[in-house]
Design a protein around this ligand. Structure first.
Ligand SMILES: N[C@@H](CCC(=O)N[C@@H](CS)C(=O)NCC(=O)O)C(=O)O
Length: 269
């Protein structure tokens, strides 16, 4: 089999998804770490690999593939079809969870990650140096968002909005897990891999206390965490040295966010 090279960062949610998939499928891979804290993703060498400067990217048979969900589908094909349920509607559900993670969960994860974890890191870089580094970002929307947020005050409203989305995400998981043992079916699938990455991020944000209100999802989380692939996807502890957030601040944010009634938009998730 051709070598699989994964360009990834240990602290990246979307990279976690692919690492857990690789571990579940038992596929050997070579790690090419892209250090996001040093903006290696914006250096010329990595932009040759991924013109948008994002992780993960996966090289196989000399070709580079992007987008974590598409990469996981590719890995399933390479491994001969495991992690995909057998019934047609279950397969559709599994794809839908993957898209949900990409389109709802990952964007919601970004504000708390930036404000609670990354901001302190960015603060250590001189503003002029930071502006020079980030000006290389090929995605104008991300470049502008980083520039606006980097030295701005803590964005409490954005973090609270994300927590409220997280709560609705957990409610959606709870409903699915009332019907089946795993998210898309009674067997473990790509859907569970995608949402395991969300649980890992809740851990890093010190927000797993939110699970207490969702018994089915808590049980699923226990089962997910006990899979060897979860620990393998997390990688070495030393790879995530900046994972400590201010637990007191998080407790206050959770109380404020969850004390408000849900918006109609959230109830539609
Ligand atoms: N939809 C893409 C999103 C990729 C993405 O945004 N990755 C983040 C890390 S989780 C990244 O590369 N961030 C660096 C940046 O925004 O410059 C996927 O699922 O692969």
């Amino acid at each position: 089999m051709s070598e699989i090279e994964l360009f990834h960062e240990w602290g990246s949610v979307q990279s976690f998804k692919v690492r857990m998939c690789l571990a579940e499928l038992g596929l050997p891979w070579t790690s090419r770490r892209i250090d996001l804290s040093r903006f290696e993703n914006l250096g010329p060498a990595y932009l040759e690999v991924h013109p948008k400067g994002l992780v993960p990217a996966l090289r196989w048979n000399g070709e580079v593939f992007f987008e974590s969900s598409d990469i996981n589908e590719l890995l399933v094909d390479i491994a001969g079809g495991r992690l995909v349920p057998s019934a047609i509607e279950e397969r559709a559900r599994a794809r839908s969870w993957g898209r949900f993670e990409d389109e709802v969960v990952h964007p919601a994860v970004r504000p708390p990650t930036f404000n609670l974890i990354l901001k302190a890191r960015v603060a250590k870089i001189a503003p002029a140096e930071f502006a020079e580094l980030i000006s290389r970002h090929p995605l104008p929307a991300r470049r502008d968002a980083y520039l606006a947020a980097a030295h701005a005050p803590f964005d409490r409203a954005a973090v609270i909005a994300s927590i409220r989305t997280f709560s609705d995400v957990l409610a959606k998981m709870e409903r699915a897990l009332a019907a089946t043992d795993w998210l898309a079916a009674n067997s473990f699938s790509l859907a569970d891999v995608a949402m395991a990455a969300f649980i890992d991020r809740l851990d890093r944000l010190a927000m797993t206390g939110m699970l207490a209100a969702f018994p089915n999802t808590s049980d699923w989380t226990t089962r997910i965490r006990s899979r060897p692939s979860f620990a393998k996807a997390q990688g070495p502890d030393t790879a995530r040295p900046d994972s400590l957030v201010d637990a007191g601040l998080v407790t206050a944010l959770l109380a404020e966010a969850l004390g408000q009634p849900p918006t109609p938009e959230m109830e539609m998730l």
